[in-house]
Design a protein around this ligand. Structure first.
Ligand SMILES: NC(=O)c1ccc[n+]([C@@H]2O[C@H](COP(=O)([O-])OP(=O)(O)OC[C@H]3O[C@@H](n4cnc5c(N)ncnc54)[C@H](O)[C@@H]3O)[C@@H](O)[C@H]2O)c1
Length: 448
């Protein structure tokens, strides 16, 4: 099948590469010339495990190509995927300018039937807006050409995106037309062999499903963070509480780890957008607002511990920061808790020596050169002459470090761990002051 994908970011590129891998002819279109030039040279603009090999082999076989030529994109595919960004507007609602721009482009250039598949995360009612944008543009051209609009939200996780696309938990198809259901069923057939994964529904429900999924996951995290804060004050250990509640199959062990807050390009903006959508229909979304509030507070937690430990005397101190990406196995820094921490440290006059296995270039791009940020080549180099270690991301290779070396290199044997990587008792035995989330130690200090 011939497929065009607008937007070559995390979602567009993964979708394009996976659809090409199973034999389709895919053309990826992006307005970012630098990105497309890189992709044409075989360079991958983002870090995602397995993506490079997939893009390279499919580009070489000619099934995957890249262009900035929008007209060529519209001419190529029967399927026109929209996978562009939907960042938050000033008031938190989803900014649909990129989605509408693609819709207009399709209307401007199409000359035969097209099926427009929206993969971007968009508020309920966006498919109608896309349809109107295409219709209006066709009208200006004096043309009447048939097309369909389908909602097909994406549920991939950065860090496991290829696997998620190849073996999806579900493929949600929102449609008002049986013809499109059959076309999408055929398109997704290679990913739907083991058992039925297609969940076909009306368009508005499909649009809402994506927000519902992300809001639910964000709720689990904020709930556990709230409980961790409570556990600290009550002298309980959240790690044990997690095991105790996770054993109930209605709750489950997954996604109930407390930490220094959720980040990334999805949860924060999607919860915000949902709050705005609720407000637009006159509904006061108390729960969604609380998820946000708890998360914002949690992102300040590590800094609060640091202030407490150093009794507010942070000016001129140096902090080793391990982990910059918002989660492991990605280089994505969008809304990462590490940013809130580093920016608070800088505002208080401290310096940061940072290391991340994949997000160093992205950190450099975000913050540029500054005297109070040193990007270090290894996690050990980040410790040199630092006053303390702070952990913001749970990368595998932070889990069993050389504690003797850490002690030797730091001015003080103190670790602020936003991801609960170590056992507090063991850390105490090793002579560390260890601050984790909801695991007791910090409570005692709060009381003393
Ligand atoms: N990143 C994720 O994990 C994830 C998962 C599921 C859903 N989503 C959703 O998918 C959408 C895309 O997310 P992303 O992380 O891939 O974004 P991204 O920022 O990585 O990529 C978006 C790309 O779209 C391009 N673009 C903008 N306007 C364009 C236009 N008119 N024509 C062609 N290209 C254009 C941008 O240049 C950019 O390269 C968002 O709505 C997001 O919420 C993201």
């Amino acid at each position: 099948m011939k497929i065009t994908i607008f937007g070559s970011g995390y979602v567009g590129l993964v979708t394009g590469a996976c659809l090409a891998e199973v034999g389709n002819e895919v053309l990826c279109v992006d307005i970012d010339t630098r990105k497309i030039d890189m992709l044409k040279r075989g360079e991958i603009p983002i870090y995602e495990p397995g993506l490079e090999a997939l893009v390279l082999s499919n580009s070489q076989s000619g099934r995957l190509a890249f262009t900035t030529d929008i007209a060529a994109g519209v001419a190529h595919g029967l399927f026109q995927f929209i996978a562009v960004g939907t960042p938050p507007d000033e008031d938190g609602s989803a900014d649909l300018q990129y989605v509408t721009a693609v819709a207009k482009s399709i209307g401007e250039h199409m000359d035969s039937y097209r099926i427009i598949v929206n993969k971007s995360t968009v508020p309920v009612g966006t498919a109608d807006k896309v349809r109107s944008a295409v219709e209006n543009t066709l009208k200006v051209r004096g043309k009447s050409i048939e097309f369909d609009v389908v909602s097909n939200p994406e549920f991939l996780k950065e860090g496991a995106a290829i696997d998620d696309f190849m073996k999806p938990d579900r493929v949600v198809i929102g449609t008002d037309n049986p013809r499109t259901t059959e076309l999408l069923r055929a398109l997704y057939a290679p990913f739907n062999r083991n058992h039925e994964r297609l969940v076909v529904m009306d368009i508005r429900s499909a649009e809402l499903t994506k927000y519902a999924a992300n809001a639910m996951l964000a709720t689990k995290i904020s709930f556990m963070n709230e409980l961790a804060n409570l556990a600290e004050r009550l002298g309980a250990d959240i790690a044990q509480v997690r095991l105790g509640i996770g054993s109930d199959p209605r709750i489950g062990y997954h996604f109930i780890y407390p930490g220094c807050g959720y980040g990334g390009s999805c949860f924060p903006k999607d919860v915000q957008a949902m709050i705005r959508t609720a407000a637009s229909v006159g509904y006061d979304s108390t729960l969604l607002q609380s998820i946000e509030t708890v998360n914002a507070r949690q992102k300040n937690k590590l800094f609060a511990y640091i202030q407490q430990h150093f009794k507010g005397d942070i000016q001129g101190k140096t902090f080793a920061v391990w982990g910059l990406a918002f989660k492991p196995k990605t280089d994505d820094m969008r809304e990462a808790p590490s940013r809130v921490l580093m920016e608070s440290l800088w505002a208080a006059g401290a310096k940061v020596q940072a290391y991340d296995p994949e997000a160093m270039d992205e950190t450099q791009r975000v913050y540029g050169d500054r005297d109070d940020l040193q990007l270090c080549g290894t996690k050990e180099a980040a410790l040199k002459n630092a006053d303390a270690l702070v952990i913001c991301t749970e990368w595998q290779n932070f889990r069993a470090p050389d504690f003797d070396l850490i002690k030797q290199m730091l001015h003080q044997a103190v670790i602020f761990d936003g991801r609960n990587l170590f056992e507090p008792k063991r850390m105490e035995q090793k002579g560390f002051e260890y601050y984790a989330i909801g695991r007791g130690k910090s409570v005692l200090r709060e009381k003393s």
